[in-house]
Design a protein around this ligand. Structure first.
Ligand code: BTN
Length: 324
């Protein structure tokens, strides 16, 4: 058994009992008391709230709402998403961190989380305000699809997250094309997909999610503050992030597997149900010109069809729209 597995065993036993002696943990994990002490020390270094009680063993304090691998994995039902988790108290950007691992053959489903980001990245080169208390995650996917289909992945991720929030918290979140999560018109979260491809075949895709959960809006940067909302604000209470994250991962894996086996059409239907985009007047830039029109449909590749005032219909493959 690896050191990590032994550590997980010790942690699970402490989780079940709350408090346990070194001897009991040693017997349970089949290691020496000294080895238990070393594993406990490692857990403490990783941020787990384990206290050493002199002569009386160890105590696991009821979990504060920290995103830590063993807490997230406890009861997580996914098959591959989040089987390996890296959590940092601080990162420049989880996208950048996971990319260095992705190019080193990391497995599909690897998850990287940070309590806060110093240089969080948003879509279209924007920054993503990342104070502590929210969810910032990146996961590694290796879909065997052609490059032109990659815009479908963030759309399916939007569906997965909106479903998880709506089911788990009873909200009515909506999706603004391509993949903003909105609640009553305010931005609750965003999704960023970064692709690495060779010829026209995807090698890997890094899916990033930033979700405003418990951080106060005054902690967000002034440019986004007035346009944003958070789960804590909507529900008027602190929202436990671990079960929420587990729901999101479960939903994401389910929809991703559906996509791989059945293609985009079912996802498209689900996206249409959750969208607040169609039927709205929208504005967007194309080749430097500001255009506006009626958002009419989502095509079968994930592009947004917009009917311009001239009656011409164009399809946006990527970019951003604003509601008029
Ligand atoms: C958007 O612009 O709407 C997308 C924002 C995506 C932010 C997330 S937070 C976790 C991951 N790491 C990053 O640096 N960005 C994404």
């Amino acid at each position: 058994m690896s050191g990590q597995d032994t550590r997980e065993l010790i942690f699970r036993q402490l989780q079940a009992k709350g408090q346990a002696s070194g001897q009991e943990l040693a017997e349970y994990a089949g290691v020496s008391r000294n080895a238990v002490w070393k594993h406990i020390h490692k857990l403490q270094q990783q941020g787990y709230p384990v206290q050493s009680l002199s002569g009386r063993g160890y105590l696991l304090h009821p979990a504060p709402d920290l995103l830590l691998p063993l807490q997230i994995r406890a009861g997580l039902k996914t098959r591959f998403l989040g089987r390996e988790i890296i959590c940092r108290s601080e990162a420049e950007s989880t996208q950048a961190l996971i990319r260095s691992l992705a190019s080193n053959q990391a497995s599909e489903g690897l998850l990287v989380l940070a309590e806060r980001q110093l240089a969080g990245r948003g879509r279209l080169g924007r920054s993503w305000s990342s104070p502590a208390g929210n969810i910032y995650l990146s996961c590694l996917l290796r879909p065997a699809i052609e490059l032109f289909k990659t815009p479908q992945i963030p759309l399916l991720a939007g569906v997965a997250v909106a479903r998880a929030l709506n089911l788990h918290l009873g909200l009515h979140c909506r999706l603004k094309w391509p993949n903003d999560l909105l609640w009553q018109g305010k931005k609750l979260g965003g999704i960023l997909a970064e692709v690495s491809a060779e010829a026209d075949q995807v090698q890997y895709l890094i899916l990033g999610l930033g979700l405003n959960v418990n951080a106060g809006l005054q902690e967000l940067s002034p440019e986004v503050r007035d346009l944003a909302t958070s789960l804590g604000l909507i529900l008027q209470q602190q929202v436990p992030r671990v079960p929420l994250l587990q729901q999101i991962l479960t939903s994401l894996e389910e929809i991703y597997r559906q996509y791989l086996s059945q293609g985009f059409s079912g996802i498209r239907e689900a996206w249409l149900q959750l969208s607040c985009t169609l039927g709205r007047q929208v504005e967007f830039y194309q080749e430097g010109a500001l255009l506006s029109g009626l958002a009419q449909d989502l095509d079968h590749a994930g592009g947004l069809q917009v009917r311009l005032a001239s009656d011409k219909t164009i399809t946006l493959q990527a970019g951003d729209i604003s509601f008029v």
